[in-house]
Design a protein around this ligand. Structure first.
Ligand code: GLU
Ligand code: MG
Length: 492
């Protein structure tokens, strides 16, 4: 169950206005641009009924969460009695967390860093959710404000919202969903020990993990997120689930909530969940594939058009913009040194900058859906990203790249069919297909040269994000794959 400020109907996945279509009325609500006395009073007033519903649901504590530039969910919690005040005034938190590194060391950047200053974490009242696997606790994503009530330039959730608004100003609505892959097990003598032995995609594994898997899905659904499917994945102990699409900020909130829930259920079973890009050196890793669909006046721009596989000109231009920017975007979507242990060819991780219809080795996969429901289902899947990424930065930067593609009238090059590794260099070149960056250093240098992403994120956030990446490159300099995996396996 999700406790919302206003009761809303259930979410669905097809075209707007049709059964199963996106319901734009559910788009994530955001805090006001400026928190003045009137806004604070209104938020405090709206928090009253939310607090009462939380109390009825048995919640005593509310975890106010945001995701930092290392991709880690950080938190400050308030007892329920303090929630209404927190809704209007926020909870204090240092901006230094924007330069926290994956091992909790702290770096600095051109605009952000150091012990000074304070921010206010303001919970989104439309997204407060009692946690099914943490009795007595509720979750709320936050927007971050300065003490004088302005939006904070480093707020990743505000960035995703800004880009969603930019799309809307261009007459476009976007739906997104983050897939979650994770490995369940324990650690023995420094090695990952899977919780089950059954085969990839095997029913044996579901039988071994029967109560666990059901409880994960039930807990997520009790929190108002629709689980579309669950399956045992390829690697040992690996699972996957996907959830219904949502507006970009809502989808990023879903991703945070879903992982928190998986972790909580896993620990109640005496096990650990790893969302790390690489769980075992040399193995198949955990992806964090992102699905995007693009709509104008209720029409899906990836279906029903005159272009390849029914793409409209703007649908293709959006895809072209994302594809062009993928090498730089890799620093945002595959942001860890460990990400590059996963992002290798022939692992279904999408290690090549190319696109293909239903091609699981293409970084950009066009999912057309089945004949008969393409108008509802056609979407783009970005496969090269993982769950070390901050989902708000992923959502915002994908929108920025796609919108830049529309502005430039971008076209997609030729399609790649099959595994790019198996193709001759001239066939790859004919489709503009290239290996994506093979290290974080490579992707960071490409990102730092991207004016589109610098402008979209804004200088302070962009520089802080790059500083964290550079600190992580330094942190793992000279480390073997085994060491990188051992030091990051349980971090995200
Ligand atoms: N585990 C793969 C990855 O690292 C993805 C497998 C799949 O296509 O679902 O992205
Ligand atoms: Mg998968």
């Amino acid at each position: 169950m999700t406790v919302r400020a206003a009761e809303e109907p259930g979410r669905a996945g097809g075209a707007p206005g049709e059964p199963g279509g996106p319901d734009w009325g559910r788009e994530a609500a955001y805090g006001p641009a400026l928190l003045g006395p009137a806004e604070r009073a209104e938020l405090t007033r709206r928090a009253g009924p939310v607090a009462r519903r939380l109390a009825e649901a048995g919640a005593a504590m509310v975890a106010l969460c945001w995701v930092d530039n290392a991709g880690l969910t950080r938190v400050k919690a308030v007892p329920l009695g303090r929630f209404e005040h927190a809704a209007g005034w926020g909870i204090g938190m240092s901006p230094v967390f924007d330069v926290f590194v994956v091992d909790d060391s702290i770096t600095t950047s051109a605009h952000i860093g150091g012990p000074g200053g304070d921010l206010r974490l303001v919970p989104d009242l439309d997204r407060v959710t009692p946690l099914a696997a943490q009795p007595g606790w509720a979750f709320a994503p936050v927007d971050r404000y300065t003490q004088d009530g302005r939006r904070y330039a480093g707020c990743q959730r505000a960035f995703a919202r800004r880009m969603t608004d930019r799309a809307r100003e261009a007459g476009l609505r976007v739906q997104a969903a983050f897939e979650v892959e994770w490995a369940v097990g324990t650690e023995e003598d420094g090695q990952f020990a899977p919780a089950c032995v059954g085969p990839a995609y095997g029913m044996t594994r579901v039988i071994e993990m029967s109560d666990y898997a059901r409880e994960v899905c039930e807990a997520i659904e009790r929190q108002g997120v629709v689980v579309e499917q669950f399956h045992p994945e390829y690697a040992a102990g690996q699972m996957e689930l996907s959830v219904a699409p949502n507006d970009p900020v809502g989808a990023a909130d879903d991703s945070v909530l879903v992982r928190q829930t998986i972790r909580a259920v896993t620990q109640r079973h005496g096990l650990l969940a790893s969302f790390a890009p690489a769980v075992v050196a040399g193995g198949v890793g955990n992806g964090g594939h992102v699905h995007l669909s693009l709509w104008r006046d209720g029409e899906n721009l990836l279906a029903g058009g005159p272009g390849r596989y029914g793409m409209t000109a703007d649908g293709e231009a959006f895809a072209g913009g994302v594809l062009d920017a993928l090498p730089a975007l890799t620093a945002i979507g595959s942001p860890s040194v460990a990400s590059y242990l996963r992002l290798v060819p022939s692992h279904w991780a999408g290690a090549y900058q190319c696109w293909g219809r239903e091609n699981r080795e293409a970084a950009l996969r066009l999912v057309t859906g089945s004949a008969g429901e393409r108008g509802q289902r056609a979407n783009l899947e970005v496969k090269c990203f993982d769950l070390a990424a901050n989902p708000y930065l992923v959502a915002g930067s994908l929108l920025a790249a796609g919108l830049a593609g529309i502005e430039a009238g971008a076209r997609l090059p030729g399609e790649i069919v099959g595994d790019p590794v198996a193709l001759a260099p001239e066939d790859l070149a004919a489709c503009g297909a290239r290996r994506l960056p093979e290290s974080l250093a490579e992707s960071v240098s490409l990102l730092s040269g991207s004016e589109t992403l610098r402008e979209a994120m804004g200088e302070p956030m962009f520089e802080a994000f790059l500083a964290v990446r550079r600190a992580e490159i330094e942190l793992f300099a000279g480390a073997s794959a085994e060491e990188i995996v051992a030091r990051t396996r349980w971090r995200w």
